[in-house]
Design a protein around this ligand. Structure first.
Ligand SMILES: Nc1ncnc2c1ncn2[C@@H]1O[C@H](COP(=O)(O)OP(=O)(O)OP(=O)(O)O)[C@@H](O)[C@H]1O
Length: 678
């Protein structure tokens, strides 16, 4: 056994005064500085003073100073501030192991000796409950003594980055590490870490060890105690980290974060147990579409979404150009349980080079939150903490491009398989319609796929294109009626005049409908117009044949209108003869300048009482009840017909889904009316 080599000890505090040394470490300074900038947001004043410390300067001479760094403090900050979840330490170690395998593969391309050592890549995780250790071993390139010092002994110095720089081939290389900080995540869960390693092509092995408190040791390791090639990173877990001695827990973390990396991963859950393959080393989305079966897609979807349904749409594509990424997207076959969660967050799984960076990245707009997607891109700039990539402009651009593609895929499905698409719309139409209100730039695309119920269709099958194709002569608008109950919408008296003229009315019963119809300008030059707002302006549209024969001439209701205006002045804005009623006697509509009745109602529910202004009462001058009332008024005078006038108002309110103004008085008046029949 060879004796331990002199271990270089790093002092807790180091200072670079010599200019040459300074230059050679400039890059490191930059990296550490950016790390400080990042950590600065999270640290206390006390900690910030570490970063701000500067050597005493001679005020007379300008000089160049290197930052001082309290390594112990820096490590402490790093392990406790950079990562928001402890689980990620495994991802970092497994990523390093996969990078090491990839490096060996590259080096072996030009070195025959190494080619002999480059076996099929393999990462093995072993747990020892008695010794309280978790070990990540790989058969990659390993590290020499110098590499141990520069890579693990120097914070924010990435051997992988240096390797890539040397290679000059970043774009298509599959490496993961680049900041040189991931390894230290191990100290979140371990109070002592050992790395036994043998550099490929070398005859010496080394043991690096540290407690993460500012110093490390390197000792020569007998070859028989070292891996044949590669590295073995052993974590002596701290008292808070028992969970990582549990095989199932480790497996689930690895599957989630690292299940797609290029190297297969074995787990030995306890000493003496057989290795079990927990990741195959293949990411489904990296395979060509032609090599993937429908069942494999469905299995993948079920695994990633935790849902059991069959996806209604699967889209898998690779985008090339300025930004390159691969997307695997699923429209679920059933509504996810959190679809109407008030947070309305879209959750995409973002991978960078097959390593999970975020499982719930808000890449897509809220109105696509039902989508289940995986995005893998090597072009998303990583932040040291990995989790903070959300705000990157590249991520934003990718999100937009994906949304465009999803809309195209939905349109294709709508055209090719209308029945299948009808199911998608039934499940997610109300969410997609949020986009009509929130994302004006997407409106035209959304209008292409939107499906509506209408006076011509029981189901949500009508497109705006269908609607416009069926416009009646002189029809200038796309008419709609919004409410929250389809049955009541269909029975709404406001529709009668439109039916009589064969004018189609869209029936909209989702809460979001009241909003988008008011913000959208129209479709193909036709504005959206509520049938419960303002004058019906449909006089110039001819009645359909049936309605013509039934139409009776209107009675003279001038006196009745005047009486109603006076009696109901506290409750209505106006009273007028209606062109929209044929069968019913009365209805309520919003004034010309007012908000649609349903929108006002929704706003009122949310405390904006002022929004719910007084309605207009329309009466049907052809209806026998109105004719009778007009006659009674002339015969008996206004006062005598007062109760009947209130009954009219209350009837209109009830038909609109509201309560009578005064329920007891309404009941009394109606009873009196019934009694008068005898
Ligand atoms: N298992 C390993 N085999 C060989 N080299 C390794 C291994 N683990 C770490 N290294 C070396 O240590 C360096 C530092 O690792 P670390 O995880 O801190 O950073 P990184 O992977 O380069 O970047 P990042 O912070 O983005 O993860 C690596 O770049 C690599 O050179």
């Amino acid at each position: 056994m060879s004796g331990p080599a002199a271990a270089p000890r790093r002092r807790g505090s180091c200072k670079f005064r010599n200019n040459d040394e300074l230059k050679s470490r400039r890059r490191l300074d930059r990296d550490v500085h950016s790390l400080f900038l990042f950590i600065g947001e999270n640290m206390t004043d006390d900690a910030a003073s570490v970063a701000a410390a500067a050597p005493a300067a001679d005020p007379q001479t300008a000089a160049d100073f290197g930052f001082e760094a309290d390594v112990a403090r820096l490590l402490e900050l790093m392990t406790h501030s950079v990562y928001s979840e402890r689980d990620v330490f495994l991802r970092e170690l497994v990523s390093n192991a996969a990078d090491a395998c990839e490096k060996l593969r590259y080096e072996a391309l030009s070195d025959e000796k190494l080619a002999a050592q480059a076996a099929a890549p393999l990462v093995t995780i072993s747990l020892d409950q008695e010794k309280r250790t978790l070990t990540v071993a790989d058969n990659g390139v390993g590290m020499s003594r110098e590499e141990l010092i520069s890579a693990l002994g120097t914070i924010a110095n990435s051997g992988t980055r240096a390797f890539l720089d040397k290679l000059g081939k970043e774009k298509d290389a599959g490496f993961i590490g680049q900041f040189g900080v991931g390894f230290y995540a191990a100290f979140m869960v371990a109070d002592h870490v050992e790395v036994a390693t043998r550099r490929a092509g070398q005859d010496q092995a080394w043991l690096w060890s540290s407690d993460g408190k500012g110093s490390y040791q390197i000792a020569a390791l007998p070859l028989e105690a070292a891996p044949a090639v590669g590295a073995r990173v052993t974590l002596h877990l701290n008292a808070d980290s028992d969970e990582f001695l549990d095989g199932w827990r480790v497996e689930s973390v690895v599957r989630e974060h690292s299940g797609a990396i290029a190297a297969p991963i074995d787990l030995i859950a306890a000493p003496g147990e057989e290795p079990r393959r927990i990741a195959e080393g293949v990411a489904l989305w990296t395979k060509p579409k032609s090599d993937i079966t429908h069942e494999q897609y469905v299995d993948f979807y079920r695994q990633m979404s935790g849902q059991l349904d069959e996806p209604a749409l699967i889209a898998h594509w690779r985008a090339e150009g300025r930004t390159e990424y691969t997307v695997l997207a699923f429209v679920p076959g059933a509504r996810p349980f959190d679809l109407f969660d008030p947070a309305r967050k879209s959750k995409s799984k973002l991978y960078v080079r097959r390593v999970l960076i975020s499982r719930d990245m808000e890449l897509l707009p809220a109105w696509l939150r039902f989508m289940r997607i995986v995005v893998d891109s090597a072009d998303i700039p990583l932040n040291v903490s990995r989790e903070m990539v959300q705000k990157s402009p590249v991520a934003g651009a990718i999100g937009k491009a994906i949304a465009t593609r999803i809309l195209q895929e939905l349109k294709k499905l709508a055209d090719a398989e209308p029945e299948k698409f009808a199911e998608v719309w039934k499940n997610f139409g109300s969410v997609l319609k949020e986009g009509l209100h929130e994302d004006p730039s997407r409106r035209d695309d959304l209008f292409e796929i939107a499906r509506f119920a209408s006076t011509k269709s029981e189901e949500q099958t009508r497109t705006l294109k269908d609607y416009v194709a069926d416009l009646r002569e002189n029809q200038t608008a796309i008419y709609y009626l919004v409410g929250d109950d389809m049955k009541r919408l269909r029975a709404s008296p406001q529709l009668e005049g439109f039916r009589a003229r064969g004018v189609e009315v869209l029936l909209l019963d989702d809460a979001v409908d009241a909003f988008w119809v008011t913000s959208a300008l129209g479709y193909e030059g036709k504005p959206f117009k509520s049938v419960t707002q303002g004058q019906a302006d449909i006089d110039s549209i001819a009645l359909v044949e049936d309605a013509k024969t039934e139409a009776t001439p209107p009675a003279d209701v001038a006196d009745l209108l005047a009486a109603l205006k006076e009696t109901l002045a506290d409750h209505v804005d106006d009273v007028r003869a209606s062109t929209r009623l044929t069968d019913s006697a009365v209805c309520l509509v919003a004034p010309d300048s007012g908000l649609d009745r349903q929108l006002s109602r929704l706003l009122a529910e949310h405390g904006q009482q002022a929004a719910f202004g007084k309605p207009v009462l329309e009466i049907n001058p052809r209806h026998e009840a109105i004719v009778a009332l007009a006659t009674a008024l002339r015969a008996k005078g206004r006062e005598a017909a007062r109760d009947d006038q209130f009954v009219l108002l209350d009837l209109a309110r009830v038909a609109d889904g509201e309560h009578p103004v005064d329920a007891a008085a309404f009941a009394k008046r109606l009873t009196a009316l019934l009694a008068s029949r005898g």
